[in-house]
Every structure is written in C-alpha cells, then in structure tokens.
Write a protein that binds this ligand. Sequence first.
Ligand code: PDD
Length: 284
Amino acid sequence: MNVYLNGAFMPIEEAKVPVLDRGFLFGDGVYEVIPVYARNAFRMRDHLQRLQHSLDGIRLPNPHSEEEWEAILDVLIAQLPLDDHYLYLHITRGVAKRDHPFPNPPVPPTVFVMSSPLSHPSAETIASGVACITVQDNRWLRCDIKAISLLPNVLMRQASIDAGCGEAILIRDDSFMTEGSASNIFMVKDDVLFAPPKDHLMLPGITYDVILELAAAHGIKAEIRKIMKEELFSADELILTSSTREVMPITSLDGQAIGSGKPGAMFAQLYPLYQTFKKEIMCK
Ligand code: PDD
C-alpha cells in the first residue's frame, strides 16, 4: 500500500524524512484523521476545513488547495480494499537548521499522508461500554488546533490504560470537562444531550458535529454549555465520539457506575442513527 510524501506516492518503507524536520525536532506541525468507509471519505470537506483552521493556527500556509488535497486523497483511497480505513494527513514546517523561530526564508513544508485499517469498537464494547478515568487537562490553551505535539494526550491516554480503562476524560482547572484524550465527550441528563462548547480548549470534532446534527434532525433535545466535573458522576449517561471510535457508551468513571452502569437510552437511540447516517452517505 502506497503512502504520499512531498509530491510522490511510494511504499511506506521508502518514505523517509530528514532528522532536521521540524515535526521531529519541535512537534511543529498539524494533522488530520479522515475515516474512509468502503472507499468513501467521511465528511472530507469538513476535515479539510479543520485542517485549514489548524494550519492557520500555527501560521503555516496550506501547501494544497482543497482540489489538490482531494486529488491526492483520491489516489490513496483508490488503492484501498473495501473494508474501512482512515487517512492520516500530517504537515510540518519542513526541514531546517534547528532553531526555534520559523525558518527565514521559509522552507517547503513536509506533507505526508498514509492510510491505516479502521478497527471499529467490538460488539462487546458497544454492549458493555467503556470505563474511563478523569485526569487533569494540563495541555496548552489552543486545543482547537489539531497539533502533532501530542505528548500530554499520549500520557493521559496511557494513564487510562494503566488504570484498566479505555479513555481519559480531561478536567480543566479542577472544574469543568473539556474532552477525552483523543475524543469528544457528551453528557446525558433527564433526556437532554449536553455538549461542551467548541472553544479553544477542545478539538472541534467532526463526529461531535454529526451527533448534534442527528440529535436536531430526530427531535433529541441538545444543549451546548460547560459541563462541570461533579455533574459527570450524576449523569444518566456519558457518550464518547471520535472518527476512529465512532460513538461509544461510557459506563463507569473513576470506578463509579454512570447511570445504571449499562449503555443508556440516549446511546441506544444515537448509535443506530449514526450507523444509518454513515451508510446513507456512503451510498450517495
Ligand atoms: N482524534 N478530541 C481530540 C483531542 C482528538 O484527538 C479527537 C480525534 C477528537 C474527535 O474528533 P473527530 O470526531 O473529528 O475524530 C476530539 C483522532 C481520531 C486521532 O488523533 O487519532
């Protein structure tokens, strides 16, 4: 399976980046993850727009127009088998002498795209839900940028694995919930779906948008507002979303059962809606 690196398609073993790449030295770059279902990219436009937002956030000119991106992605998608994959797009500020400021004059960015198989949550996980822990959100204040410098997210996700859990829910200032280490989090209380506001403290998830659109289209009451840490423990349900994990029920937090300790009614409604929506899009 070929990958794309700086204008050429090649086997991954041949894709090499110099050690002076600013992505390697400084984590100076951004990325995107786009699910591909049966060779159909899911919400490609939205992902490319979010990529533009991330590039703007780090003051890196977009190396490609939307049409050029689509042409590159189409070549990679065409080589995929029919089962589900995701495209990983990675752009860094390029290769230059190691110095913190932007290279002056600018150097060409490094542009890398690969595909990987998408493994969906198992039927067992959907039936039983995932256990989560809360952790302190100690990231910077521009979490709306999908930056490749993911060290805090890596450490938080590992902390959840070490605790025998599936995700870490991030709490900012010991006060309110922002998101998961690699996912967005919704809360359900008294049949209302609550979502935290898309501000600079969380990644504006594409799946988050889809869930809110589905809620609006199917008469599910939704409210966007700050969600406080204590509220999480008395929630009826907690729900996790991401491009790679889709929609998943969270059934315990820091060892305490959420709601009945089983996936709840809101999840039971949203999950099939999401699956149907995915299938409809793919048939277009
Ligand atoms: N991560 N918040 C964070 C911090 C994330 O890393 C992700 C996704 C999301 C969900 O966004 P979306 O619905 O657009 O996937 C929220 C991807 C999957 C990753 O880093 O692999």
